[in-house]
Design a protein around this ligand. Structure first.
Ligand code: ZN
Length: 298
């Protein structure tokens, strides 16, 4: 209802994009002039250097043959889905002719989700690795055959969990874990882990490190409860929404999508999530189907 009132035509979408992209008005990408002639279909001509700019230039909507209204509708629908979406679902809702289009769009949107809100976790954080697709076994150092290792970090405030970060890592070595920790957690934060030796360097990296001991009888039962709860939710979500998380090439995007949704689970305003994604949409370079597929094999 809210969406249909705000966006009736492509021009409504253009006006919205213009406000998000140029909050203080037009700005020529070539000469920086702020004087322009407004033309049709989101085009602007710079009065000083006569360069023509389209509002969608350099955004994920660049050169799309689909109307903006459909793009907007897709984003609106995606932010409303609590449990995430599949390419098939998106195709059906929008009446898109091709599954390929729907699939490409979905991956463009996942990119936006990744980029939105990249500030690092801070405070007290539980970190652990979990295997996706099976139980953690004793073969931790070598990893488990056919399974993906996911590093999980979650902020803990009292008995509540804050934001999460998830990433696929090649193994549970200190090299892999340190990289994950450095790119996701602010220095001087307190990191809680179990006794896995790969975490031995955290102090020297500038973190406060606390280790939780597993009791001999019930290993992994009481240790790091927040990380394990997130891992359980993640597995359930993956099974429910992306039935085949066997597509390992795309696993990282699914993890990012999950983190995006989890980190905004208390955000009640659908409009705000929508705005965040549109803001990202106008600030990133366009990615084509070809590029996504190339990365898929890379
Ligand atoms: Zn200009």
């Amino acid at each position: 209802m809210e969406f249909e009132e705000m966006f009736k035509t492509d021009q409504d979408c253009i006006d919205y994009l213009t406000k998000v992209r140029w909050p203080h008005g037009f700005e020529c990408p070539i000469c920086g002039s702020i004087r322009s002639w407004k033309k049709s279909k989101g085009r602007f001509e710079c009065i000083d250097c006569h360069t023509e700019t389209t509002i969608t230039n350099g955004t994920i909507f660049h050169k799309s043959t689909k109307p903006l209204l459909i793009w907007f509708h897709a984003i609106w629908w995606i932010v409303a889905q609590k449990n995430g979406v599949s390419a098939k679902g998106l195709q059906k809702i929008l009446g898109l002719g091709s599954y390929k289009t729907s699939w490409t769009w979905l991956h463009k949107f996942r990119r936006l989700m990744v980029l939105s809100g990249r500030s690092k976790l801070q405070g007290v954080i539980e970190v652990d690795e979990v295997f996706l697709g099976g139980k953690k076994s004793g073969k931790r150092g070598r990893g488990a055959e056919g399974k993906s290792i996911i590093a999980v970090a979650v902020e803990v405030t009292g008995r509540k969990t804050g934001r999460v970060r998830l990433a696929k890592i090649p193994d549970a070595s200190s090299n892999s874990l340190n990289k994950f920790i450095e790119s996701n957690i602010e220095k001087a934060s307190t990191i809680i882990t179990d006794e896995w030796p790969s975490y031995n360097e955290l102090e020297s990296m500038g973190y406060v490190h606390e280790r939780q001991k597993a009791t001999a009888m019930d290993e992994d039962q009481e240790v790091l409860p927040n990380v394990h709860r997130i891992a359980a939710l993640l597995k359930r979500w993956m099974l429910g929404t992306h039935q085949s998380y066997l597509n390992k090439n795309k696993l990282e995007y699914y993890l990012d999508e999950y983190a995006f949704r989890y980190n905004r689970r208390t955000s009640t305003s659908r409009g705000l999530l929508f705005l965040r994604l549109i803001e990202q949409a106008v600030s990133v370079s366009p990615v084509s189907y070809k590029e996504i597929v190339i990365q898929n094999h890379g």
